[in-house]
Design a protein around this ligand. Structure first.
Ligand SMILES: [Zn+2]
Length: 241
């Protein structure tokens, strides 16, 4: 298990600057960071609720943003969603692409709206950030709807959502692939070939992880998606190099 703060944002790495551009605290050289600390209050605002942010350093000297006044009024699920979406959009931009947020589209008569969406070498790619519980039936329905519209969809979920989904996927595999009995091997990796999904742990060191100790940073995952290096293998969604 990776250390962090599931679903929470105790040490946010991103804030908005005066031009509403998301700033990654970890990308700012320490000397500039110290200079930014002298700027007037309100020059930086929290991504989650747009409240004034202050610049801080953790005991391990990690640079992060913190609410100037009270705690964040935004629910942890919402904060996770905002941070996740920002990291995906930022990561794709840094790869020279032009991602879009809340991109609408349709498959036949069915409408969809992707959290994040990007075109790359003729492919339409959606990355959905699932913050709250969603049944496996609904995951599969939405995935099929994207597929019908010519869109590849990849899912990032909150760790709690991933744990519940993995159990449902395992039950589904046992029912559909193993005739209702636990596989003779004595173990089962749960994920479905039709549903690429990983958990995203937010916090000061965001990580993606999946079945069988698969782990990556957000940029690593994005590069793997673009290069078609995400591969399903017997219940595991691997991020291969
Ligand atoms: Zn906030």
């Amino acid at each position: 298990m990776i250390a962090g703060n599931p679903g929470g944002l105790c040490m946010p790495a991103y804030a908005l600057d005066r031009f509403d551009t998301p700033i990654d605290a970890s990308s700012i050289p320490p000397a500039d960071w110290d200079m930014f600390k002298q700027r007037p209050t309100g020059d930086f605002r929290m991504l989650c609720c747009r409240a004034p942010a202050v610049l801080k350093n953790s005991q391990l000297n990690t640079q992060f943003f913190s609410h100037l006044n009270d705690e964040c009024a935004t629910a942890p699920e919402t904060a996770w969603h905002i941070q996740g979406k920002t990291m995906v959009l930022e990561g794709l931009s840094q790869l020279g692409l032009t991602p879009r947020s809340e991109e609408p589209g349709r498959s036949g008569t069915q409408k969809w709206c992707a959290d994040t969406w990007v075109q790359f070498e003729g492919r339409n790619i959606a990355i959905e950030l699932q913050r709250s519980y969603q049944s496996l039936t609904e995951f599969r329905r939405r995935q099929a709807r994207y597929l019908a519209g010519g869109v590849e969809c990849y899912w990032l979920t909150r760790p709690e959502v991933f744990a519940t989904l993995a159990k449902s996927c395992a039950q589904y595999r046992i029912r559909t692939e193993f005739g209702g009995k636990f596989p003779p091997a004595g173990y089962l990796w749960p994920l479905l070939a039709e549903l690429p999904v990983w958990a995203l742990e937010s916090g000061d060191e965001p990580r993606i992880y999946g079945a069988k100790k698969t782990t990556a940073s957000v940029p690593e995952l994005l590069k793997a998606v673009l290069a078609r290096r995400c591969r399903w293998e017997d219940g595991v969604w691997l991020i291969t190099s």
